[in-house]
Design a protein around this ligand. Structure first.
Ligand code: NAD
Length: 289
C-alpha cells in the first residue's frame, strides 16, 4: 500500500520502519524528527497526495485536528485516515466526521505497548470506526502489532484506551502503596510478590511490571525507573480519562484520585522523566499525612 506517515517520533518512527521492512511504500512527514530510512515529504499534504492510507502518530488532539485540516482535503477519495495517536474522544470523533464528509474512511486506533512494542511490532491496537476500513488496514496492524480489536464506531478506540489506562494508573498506585505498607510492616518484598502475584491482588502492574526492583520480571524498576512508560504519559492519559468522564457525566473517583496523584508526582515532585512505577520510591519516602 501507499502509506503517508505523519508524526515520526518515538512511536511513529519504528512503526513506519516496520511497514517499510514489510514492503510498503511509506512517505513520512514530521515537523522536527528526521528518522533515517524513511522517505520524507516536505509537507503533510505532499506526503498524502497519492496515499491509500494516512497514518498519524501525533502528541495530542489539538495537533491532530490541525494536521487533519491539512491532509483531509488532499487525500484521494476512498483513502483511509488512520489515527494511532492517543487523543481525547471528542477530537477523534470530530476528525472522523470531517474525513467522512470528504469521502474518506476513518479509524481511530490508539496503541498499547509503548516504544518497545512499536520497535518489536507487538503493539495492541484498539480501533473505532468503519468495519471495512478496519479489514483493509488489518494487514498493517498485523505488521505493527500483535493484536487489533475493533471496539465500535469512531472514538471507541480512544474510549477503550483511556479506560484501560485509568485501570492501569489506579492499580499501579495501589500496588506501590501496598509495597510501601509491606515495608513498614516488615514484610519482605519478594514474599509479598510471591503471595500477591498468585492471589486476588494480582494485576498487570504487579505480575508483569512489578514496581519493586529485583522482584518479579525485569521492569523499569530494575533500571533505575528509567521509562518504560513515563509518568507524564500516564498523566496525559489520566487527564484524558477525566475529561471524558466529565463530558459523559461518569463518576470515576479512583481515576480522579490517580490523576491528582500523578499530577503532583509529575509537576511538584520528582516524577517527570521517570517511569510511572516510580510511584513506589515516592510512597517509600512518605509517612501518613
Ligand atoms: P513523540 O513526541 O516522540 O512524537 C510525536 C511526533 O509528532 C514528534 O516527532 C513531533 O515532531 C511530531 N509532530 C508534532 N506536531 C506535528 C505536526 N503538526 N505535523 C507533523 N508532525 C508533528 O511522541 P510519541 O511517544 O511517539 O507518542 C505519539 C503518540 O502515541 C502520543 O499520542 C502518545 O500519547 C501515544 N503513545 C505513546 C506511547 C509511548 O510509550 N511513547 C505509548 C502509547 C501511546
Amino acid at each position: 500500500m501507499r502509506i503517508a506517515f505523519i508524526g515520526l517520533g518515538n512511536m511513529g518512527a519504528p512503526m513506519a520502519t516496520n511497514l517499510i521492512a514489510a514492503g510498503h511504500d511509506v512517505t513520512g512527514f514530521d515537523v522536527m524528527a528526521k528518522p533515517g530510512g524513511v522517505k520524507m515529504a516536505s509537507t503533510a499534504a505532499e506526503a498524502c497526495a497519492n496515499a491509500d492510507v494516512a497514518i498519524t502518530m501525533l502528541p495530542n488532539g489539538e495537533i491532530l485536528r490541525k494536521v487533519a485540516a491539512e491532509i483531509i482535503p488532499v487525500l484521494p477519495k476512498g483513502a483511509i485516515f488512520l489515527d494511532c495517536s492517543t487523543v481525547d474522544v471528542d477530537s477523534a470523533r470530530a476528525v472522523a466526521e470531517q474525513a467522512h464528509a470528504a469521502g474518506l474512511k476513518a479509524l481511530d486506533a490508539p496503541v498499547s505497548g509503548g516504544i518497545g512494542g512499536a520497535q518489536a511490532g507487538t503493539l495492541t491496537f484498539m480501533a473505532g470506526g468503519d468495519e471495512d476500513a478496519f479489514e483493509t488496514v488489518k494487514p498493517l496492524f498485523d505488521i505493527m502489532g500483535q493484536k487489533a480489536v475493533l471496539c465500535g464506531p469512531s472514538g471507541n478506540g480512544q474510549a477503550a484506551k483511556i479506560c484501560n489506562n485509568m485501570i492501569l494508573g489506579v492499580t499501579m498506585i495501589a500496588t506501590c502503596e501496598a509495597f510501601a505498607l509491606a515495608d513498614k510492616l516488615g514484610l519482605d518484598r519478594q514474599k509479598m510478590f510471591d503471595v500477591v502475584s498468585t492471589s486476588s491482588g494480582y494485576s498487570w502492574s504487579m505480575n508483569a511490571y512489578c514496581p519493586a526492583p529485583g522482584v518479579g520480571p525485569k521492569s523499569p524498576a530494575d533500571n533505575g525507573y528509567k521509562p518504560g512508560f513515563a509518568a507524564e504519559l500516564m498523566l496525559k492519559d489520566l487527564n484524558l480519562s477525566q475529561m471524558a468522564a466529565t463530558a459523559a457525566n461518569a463518576d470515576t473517583p479512583m481515576g480522579q484520585l490517580a490523576q491528582e496523584l500523578y499530577q503532583r508526582f509529575v509537576e511538584t515532585e520528582d516524577g517527570r522523566g521517570r517511569d510511572f512505577s516510580a510511584m513506589l520510591p515516592r510512597f517509600e519516602k512518605r509517612s501518613r499525612a
